[in-house]
Ligand binder design. Sequence first.
Ligand SMILES: Cc1cc2nc3c(=O)[nH]c(=O)nc-3n(C[C@H](O)[C@H](O)[C@H](O)COP(=O)(O)O)c2cc1C
Length: 217
Amino acid sequence: MKSDLSSIRTNYTKSSLDVSDTGDDPIVFFQKWFQEAVLSEVLEVNAMTLATATKDGKPNARTVLLKGITDGAFVFFTNYESKKGKELDENPKACLVFFWPELERQVRIEGGVTKIPRRESEEYFHSRPIESQVGAHSSPQSSEIPDRSYLEERFRKLRTEFKDAEIDVPPYWGGYAVKPERIEFWQGRASRLHDRIVFEIKENSGAAVWRKFRVAP
Ligand SMILES: Cc1cc2nc3c(=O)[nH]c(=O)nc-3n(C[C@H](O)[C@H](O)[C@H](O)COP(=O)(O)O)c2cc1C
């Protein structure tokens, strides 16, 4: 097992990335890479690892889905009372990571996190399938539950109760926006000499501007 694992490696040769390829706006460049990932039929293309930490710095990470980019911030939806919700309450900073193996690319985003306006959470909630809306009401995300039937019972009961009425957004459910302060684009290259181009927010006479540079792999 050990030797099998240690011999697994890929030599990345699909593409390259230079500072001059990325333009001046990392959000525009992210959208370009995202479209290329869609066209390449990357599986779960909008899935991203969301890393958070408690106020004492105890880290945690899990996958969530990117549901939009609004005013330059990356939006996902979740339960505000979940483990991640509690961590973001006490330490509103996060890191997001996309890995698109089909393109040998990774994007890493660091930034501050805020809850999105309630109206926008409501709009998105009501665009979801009814089953997902009932699911949000049924699941006390990240809390211990006795068994699976507890969840299924709650779902069945609420599905009947709601019938065809419009389902309210649970008060504990909504979106978060991660506003990037640093974005790194990684393109795998041969011999581990990967390309890494970083954008970082810099204050310039009171205005926030992006500075971009290459870092070593
Ligand atoms: C592909 C994928 C997509 C997911 N998308 C979401 C999502 O958008 N929102 C969410 O709350 N959980 C999502 N989850 C579940 C989370 O990874 C996690 O189990 C859940 O949010 C509880 O995390 P927490 O206990 O750290 O709060 C997804 C999981 C996978 C594997």
